[in-house]
Design a protein around this ligand. Structure first.
Ligand SMILES: *[C@@H]1O[C@H](CO)[C@@H](O)[C@H](O)[C@H]1NC(C)=O
Ligand SMILES: *[C@@H]1O[C@H](CO)[C@@H](O)[C@H](O)[C@H]1NC(C)=O
Ligand SMILES: *[C@@H]1O[C@H](CO)[C@@H](O)[C@H](O)[C@H]1NC(C)=O
Ligand SMILES: *[C@@H]1O[C@H](CO)[C@@H](O)[C@H](O)[C@H]1NC(C)=O
Ligand SMILES: *[C@@H]1O[C@H](CO)[C@@H](O)[C@H](O)[C@H]1NC(C)=O
Ligand SMILES: *[C@@H]1O[C@H](CO)[C@@H](O)[C@H](O)[C@H]1NC(C)=O
Ligand SMILES: *[C@@H]1O[C@H](CO)[C@@H](O)[C@H](O)[C@H]1NC(C)=O
Ligand SMILES: *[C@@H]1O[C@H](CO)[C@@H](O)[C@H](O)[C@H]1NC(C)=O
Ligand SMILES: *[C@@H]1O[C@H](CO)[C@@H](O)[C@H](O)[C@H]1NC(C)=O
Length: 832
């Protein structure tokens, strides 16, 4: 198609775009192959090129696709006398030959190619006057469901042929929301995301679009446009979850059974199922028509509902839309029998349960769906074993399973156990459940004595302790070996002294009455004993012990001749050791049970200190008593029946002597080795100790010490150290080498105060190595064999002393002054 009206400025340009090798001149040159590009639609009679003829060539000839447009003048000017149309012929292939005068070809032909360049001289045109399409609701946004297509004759390689599609208008348009979009390159129309969600054929099943197409890529204001109407029908989406399905469990129909179906909006989708619950068993499948099947029998008791998903994919495996949720509920059938709570249900019933008491519940279970007829259970007792005292003691409530007593209270002695068989049934099944009812005893029975009076028993009073005097028996009908049947016997009357005790055999409840203390005719000759039998467990309310639970017997004690009996087996007395002869120091009395007179005597009076009055039992001293000899004097007193049988018995008399101060103090030992070295260099001292044989009181000893003679006071001094020790000191050094016996008075400060003057021998002797050179007497530690030698030495000593005294006298007579002023005396106490 050629249009000349639209050439505008381009048509005015005389533009020769030359390429190729003819560079001799832009617009002229020799004959050679050439290419030219010329815009279409230009003014006609445009020169293209001036070929120059080389002799002998005089003229040129043009052949090829001239289409009557291209011409060449004899002088070689190539031109076109009509405007070109690219859409008619885009490339003209011409040949140019050079001819001589005879018309023979002397050059060529050479190819001359004319390319017609496009100008936008063609409008885009939709291929159809009107488009109609349909789309499913909820289709995927962006997925084209219809294409519009326009053509433009202009060169598609240039902007002139580049088309852009656009939706100009959507009718109806609600809330200014575009439901449709177009791909501006391909013309494919698809849903927008909103369109995918909101389109609903029930609300509006059809839409009109005005679609335009524009060339020049829509970029130029000189572009051409075309438009077309597109009618769109919205169709219902059939990719929808099906209704939940109910499948009866355990169906006997052949499998697989179709249960529901899904369908993608277009054919060719690939279907699959997805189990998101990860059930161990997934008995469903789908085929490629979208039909869903259950493949195996279901079990509601295993799983009562399934939820899974159906997926539609395209051939590339890409999901076409959201997966659809498939819900399957398994319908219950009564395919489970009732089950018992346990193989045997054990219940316990007390003996005294009243009629109508609930004694327990049998709760059977049914796996079938609760609250449906399939799981409603009915209970019925079909057997009671044993049927004592009669059948039908129990009742089970039909629907609750509660067991009740209906006829009477149970008694354990009838039977301790009942076995019940209970039939539990649902709509179709029956199950037997077993119940064991144990009858529990209660303490509703009192002990009953075999007899209420065991009669008269006679025992001598000297019956041995521990003897069984009577066997008694009571029985209790409660359950054996329980606190309800065990019997405790208790003496409630006639044994206030507790002479009897009862031992009970736990197996037989036999009671053995034994003597715990001796009988005594003289005290109680007849015991009227009442024995009560009781249970350790309390009795149930309403039951009480009665006269049948006690028994009596009469215990008669016969007299036996018995020895006198002392009131005390041991009698203690205390007197001062200083009591006068003939003082009463105590008494012991015994009484003969038979009332005979008693005579007393003493045994074991080894010091002969005491006398007992045979008639009264009074005890007297008959000698001076000495605590220091026996502080506790023990004798036995014998009581003997006078007349009759002369039985006797013995008791102890203990006489404690209390001290009186009857011993003067004394030196604690014999001091034989006291010495001072002669001649004494200085006054010295020695220590001695006193003691006393009297009882030491809590105050301790507090002796007083003094010199026994006042005349000695100028030479000696006694000073008390403490209660027992004192120090004897020399007052000067003027002593002779001899033994001085120093009298010392020691007082005990007792009551009465006693004192004694003891003589303390002190020797002045020559010392060798601080020992007495000539011991004045036997040294402690010298063995007796040395005694003879000692005596010999003593003899020499006496002679020596005599000599010494003589010598001393002579010397004193010579110079008394010298002797008195001599101070060089060294004194040392002798080591004991
Ligand atoms: C162009 O040339 C052809 C012959 O070459 C002729 O038939 C035609 O009439 C010419 N057209 C015009 C408009 O001159
Ligand atoms: C549009 O139409 C042309 C010509 O009929 C065709 O070649 C092209 O493939 C079509 N385009 C589309 C997108 O259908
Ligand atoms: C054509 O569409 C593309 C993306 O869809 C967009 O980027 C481009 O701008 C559009 N062209 C015109 C001319 O609207
Ligand atoms: C299915 O029913 C049959 C009787 O129809 C029964 O024997 C079987 O136990 C049942 N299966 C299940 C799993 O309930
Ligand atoms: C009750 O049944 C049990 C076994 O379950 C049996 O040992 C017992 O002897 C039965 N008791 C009676 C009273 O039948
Ligand atoms: C028991 O002794 C009493 C009196 O000592 C007498 O009355 C009673 O009859 C005696 N009973 C029997 C059974 O001997
Ligand atoms: C004591 O009670 C028992 C029943 O518990 C009865 O059998 C008996 O006769 C009663 N004895 C007396 C003395 O009432
Ligand atoms: C025996 O001594 C007790 C006190 O020891 C005195 O009560 C009793 O009268 C005395 N009996 C006689 C017989 O002297
Ligand atoms: C008294 O004195 C002497 C000598 O110092 C000492 O051995 C003794 O233990 C004393 N006795 C008491 C009771 O202090």
């Amino acid at each position: 198609m050629t249009t000349q009206a639209q050439l505008h400025c381009l048509c005015l340009l005389t533009l020769y775009l030359t390429t190729g090798y003819g560079q001799e001149g832009k617009f002229s040159g020799p004959l050679k192959p050439m290419e030219f590009s010329i815009f279409e639609g230009q003014e006609p009679s445009q020169p293209i090129f001036q070929f120059k003829a080389n002799p002998p060539a005089v003229t040129f000839k043009l052949t090829g696709e001239t289409d009557g447009i291209f011409q060449i003048q004899p002088d070689g000017l190539l031109y076109h006398n009509k405007s070109l149309d690219r859409e008619t012929r885009a490339v003209h292939r011409l040949q140019v030959s050079a001819l001589d005068a005879q018309g023979n070809t002397v050059e060529g032909p050479v190819p001359v190619t004319i390319e017609v360049k496009d100008i936008n001289d063609n409008r885009p045109v939709f291929l159809q006057q009107h488009y109609e399409g349909s789309v499913r609701q909820n289709s995927r946004p962006g997925k084209p469901f219809i294409y519009v297509n326009a053509t433009d004759l202009d060169d598609p390689a240039t902007l002139n042929g580049q088309l852009i599609y656009q939706i100009i208008m959507q009718l109806p348009k609600v809330n200014n929301v575009m439901y449709f979009q177009i791909n501006n390159q391909t013309g494919g129309i698809s849903l927008t995301p909103q369109g995918s969600q909101e389109l609903d054929p029930l609300k509006n099943p059809s839409y009109k679009l005005l679609v335009s197409v524009e060339d020049m890529g829509g970029l130029s204001e000189h572009s051409f446009t075309d438009s077309v109407h597109v009618d769109i029908t919205v169709k219902e989406n059939i990719w929808k979850p099906p209704e939940p399905v109910e499948i009866e469990e355990n169906s006997t129909e052949p499998y697989p059974i179709k249960i529901t179906q899904v369908q993608w909006n277009d054919p060719g989708a690939l279907y699959s199922l997805v189990d998101k619950e990860n059930t161990p068993r997934f008995p469903f499948s789908i085929d490629q028509k979208g039909d869903i099947y259950v493949t195996q029998p279901l079990d509601r008791e295993e799983k009562d509902a399934y939820v899974f998903y159906a997926v539609a994919r395209d051939e590339q495996g890409k999901s076409l839309s959201i997966p659809l949720k498939i819900q399957v509920k398994v319908k219950d059938i009564n395919d489970n029998p009732p089950t018992c709570p346990s193989p045997v249900t054990v219940l316990e019933v007390q003996e005294n349960e009243q009629i109508g008491s609930s004694i327990g519940t049998v709760t059977a279970h049914d796996l079938d769906e609760q609250d449906t007829i399939n799981s409603v259970l009915e209970y019925r007792i079909v057997d009671q074993t044993p049927k004592v005292p009669q059948d039908g003691l129990f009742l089970v409530q039909e629907y609750s399973g509660i067991l009740q007593l209906v006829v009477q209270s149970l008694r354990k002695w009838d039977t301790p156990q009942y076995n019940l068989t209970i039939e539990v049934s649902d709509k179709d099944f029956k199950t037997l459940c077993f119940v064991q009812i144990n009858v529990i005893d209660i303490n509703d029975q009192i002990p009953i004595f075999e007899k209420s009076d065991y009669g008269n028993l006679t025992f001598p009073e000297d019956t041995a302790v521990g003897s069984v005097i009577l066997t008694i028996q009571a029985t209790d009908a409660d359950e054996p070996h329980t606190g309800s049947s065990k019997i405790l016997y208790r003496i409630t009357q006639g044994d206030s002294e507790g002479r009897l005790e009862i031992e009970t055999d736990p197996q037989t409840n036999t009671g053995y009455i034994k003597l715990k203390k001796p009988l005594d005719f003289e005290t109680v000759a007849i015991h009227n004993i009442v024995v009560q039998a009781e249970n350790p467990e309390p009795l149930v309310p309403g039951v009480q012990y009665n006269a049948s639970s006690s028994a009596t017997f009469r215990l008669m004690v016969t007299d036996v001749n018995e020895a006198p009996q002392f009131f005390q087996q041991v009698s203690e007395a205390k007197v001062s050791e200083a009591v006068a002869k003939g003082t009463k120091v105590g008494n012991m009395t015994a009484k003969d049970p038979e009332g005979l007179d008693v005579s007393y005597s003493l045994r074991g009076d080894k010091r002969g200190w005491l006398r007992i009055d045979p008639a009264t039992g009074e005890i007297f001293s008959v000698a001076l008593l000495d605590r220091e000899a026996e502080s506790l004097y023990r004798v036995q007193v014998v009581a003997t029946e006078v007349g009759g049988s002369y039985l006797s018995s013995t008791a102890q008399f203990h006489l404690t002597l209390t001290d009186v101060n009857d011993n003067p103090p004394r030196l604690v030992k014999e001091y034989t080795g006291l010495f001072f070295c002669y001649p004494p260099k200085a006054p010295g001292s020695l220590i001695f100790e006193a003691t006393d044989d009297d009882e030491l009181t809590f105050r301790g000893r507090h002796f007083t010490f003094s010199l026994g003679s006042e005349s000695l006071q100028k030479d000696w001094e006694v000073s008390k150290i403490n209660g027992t020790h004192a120090r004897l000191s020399t007052k000067h050094t003027g002593f002779e080498e001899r033994v001085y016996n120093i009298p010392i008075r020691i007082g005990d400060g007792g009551r009465p105060p006693l004192e004694r003057t003891v003589s303390l021998p002190v020797t002045f002797c020559k010392c060798v190595e601080n020992r007495c050179f000539q011991p004045a007497a036997r040294m402690p530690g010298i063995p007796p064999v040395g005694m003879a030698v000692g005596i010999l030495l003593a003899t020499f000593l006496v002679i020596g002393i005599i000599l010494a005294v003589m010598f001393f006298r002579m010397k004193r007579d010579k110079g008394q002054h010298n002797a008195e002023s001599s101070q060089a005396s060294e004194t040392k106490p002798l080591r004991n």
